[in-house]
Design a protein around this ligand. Structure first.
Ligand SMILES: Cc1cc2nc3c(=O)[nH]c(=O)nc-3n(C[C@H](O)[C@H](O)[C@H](O)COP(=O)(O)OP(=O)(O)OC[C@H]3O[C@@H](n4cnc5c(N)ncnc54)[C@H](O)[C@@H]3O)c2cc1C
Length: 428
């Protein structure tokens, strides 16, 4: 039986950051990952907000780092079956240091982060699937893998959203369909020159698109991000909404790609990767307990994901919470105090950091985004209104208020619209 100070389960952004922080603080760390290579068993759209990297991994922006492009253009599109209305925000300052966010591919980001943990002194074991936790004297004291025991003073659980260990420890039951999304992602190969030409990009700058409205009526949205020589394209649909409406995620992505706006953006590309994954959608309200004696949970294992409609954040929370967890685990080991009371400092520190501050201040968003009219009625109204405003056919042209009334008529009642505006104000 082997014994370590700290065992970290899962070498995604949360686990690699936790292992790096604990090893840097001078304690013995074992990082366990089920994949044969980091980044092969996980899915992410791929936009990473750089503030957290500037703090914990300051060489993230260097030429050797896994950055694909720095995003300086943000497009929010409302789609109906054929049409689209886009808000296009461009700020060239965001592709200069300290940047805002970067597109990344997990097949490059995760190995890079794990190499940082290794350089700080962590032992990394790949191809090891943890299937349970060891408990003794009311605390977590190690993990089990295929009958082998790995003992430690602290276990940091970073095994992602669909976690075996959370169920094992009894911290939460099965996830509820309305707080779970199904994500699907494709990496589409296109040459660097073509991407720069098609999206009007220069140097390492990039563009993010997020979309609402397809497939019609299912809570969720689509994304398209530019990498150096590929595009990351995908959908995240609410599980309950997709099941109730009988929408298959594989059909949904084909429908999404066949929309005239999207098909023009991906034309000529070759799909090189295709992956699906569950994603937390419940926000702050659906987070499980984050600590116990000898135990901490970080990243999406703790449901730390935030969807605001115009961005999806999970990786920055993973790196932020993993770093705080790694630092605290090292302190607990040095203080020879891994009691639940000591581990509760984790919650205090997360509340002082951007992780719980942001998740808390956006806690009403998941409720607001459960309104199905956002994904059908309102995109149709907006596209219908702009169609009528732009289209000139020689007949008497109504004034804009009249056109707005016409596009709303029969789609949603005035009372419902007022209620939706109140819900927007209350929850957002
Ligand atoms: C389609 C989609 C798009 C997304 N887009 C974005 C985005 O653009 N930006 C953003 O910030 N976030 C995005 N997210 C969310 C983001 O991917 C997650 O929040 C982030 O990956 C969480 O990191 P993590 O380290 O906590 O978990 P994960 O990235 O899930 O990593 C968990 C690791 O643990 C390993 N593991 C799992 N079980 C075991 C086990 N039993 N034993 C050993 N190892 C194990 C896995 O193999 C994996 O390497 C997206 C998610 C999806 C599904």
């Amino acid at each position: 039986m082997e014994e370590f100070d700290v065992i970290v389960v899962g070498a995604g952004p949360a686990g690699a950051a936790a292992a790096f922080a604990a090893a840097k603080a001078g304690v013995g760390v074992l990082l366990l990952e089920r994949g044969q290579k980091p980044g092969t068993k996980t899915v992410s759209g791929g936009l990473l907000y750089t503030h957290v990297m500037n703090r914990y991994f300051p060489d993230f922006g260097s030429q050797e780092s896994p950055v694909e492009r720095f995003i300086d253009r943000y497009v929010l599109g409302l789609l109906d079956e054929q049409r689209s209305t886009c808000v296009d925000f461009f700020d060239p300052g965001m592709s200069r240091s300290p940047y805002n966010c970067a597109s990344v591919l997990r097949s490059k980001l995760d190995p890079w982060l794990v190499s940082k943990a290794e350089s700080a002194g962590a032992t990394v074991a790949l191809g090891v699937r943890v299937d349970g936790l060891i408990r003794s004297q009311g605390k977590i004291s190690g993990v089990l893998s295929s009958g082998d025991e790995f003992r430690s003073k602290v276990v940091i659980q970073c095994d992602g959203f669909n976690s075996l260990l959370s169920r094992d420890i009894g911290l939460h039951d099965e996830w509820q369909g309305k707080t779970v999304g199904i994500g699907i992602k494709e990496v589409i190969r296109l040459s660097e020159e073509e991407i720069s030409r098609r999206f009007r990009l220069s140097g390492r700058s990039g563009v993010e698109y997020t979309f609402l409205g397809l497939p019609k009526g299912v809570e969720g949205g689509g994304f398209l991000y530019t990498n150096s020589d590929s595009l990351s394209l995908g959908l995240i649909l609410n599980m309950e909404g997709a099941v109730l409406k009988g929408v298959e995620i594989s059909e949904a992505i084909e429908l999404f790609k066949s929309h005239p706006l999207i098909s023009g953006l991906v034309e000529g590309g070759t799909v090189e990767e295709y992956s699906t994954c569950l994603v937390a959608e419940g926000g702050f309200e659906s987070m499980p307990p984050l600590y116990a004696g000898g135990y901490l949970a970080a990243g999406s294992a703790a449901a730390m994901v935030l969807n605001t409609g115009f961005n999806l954040r999970g990786m920055d929370f993973a790196v932020g919470s993993g770093s705080v967890a790694g630092e605290l685990a090292a302190e607990a080991v040095k203080a020879k105090n891994t009691s639940s009371a000591f581990m509760s400092n984790y919650l205090t520190r997360l509340k002082q950091s951007f992780v719980l501050t942001d998740l808390l201040s956006y806690k009403g968003y998941p409720k607001f985004f459960r309104n199905t009219r956002l994904y059908s009625v309102y995109p149709e109204i907006m596209n219908g209104f702009l169609h009528d405003a732009y289209f000139v056919d020689g007949r008497k042209k109504n004034h804009l208020l009249g056109l707005a009334r016409k596009s709303i008529k029969g789609k949603v009642s005035t009372m419902r619209m007022i209620a939706d505006v109140f819900s927007l104000i209350r929850n957002i």
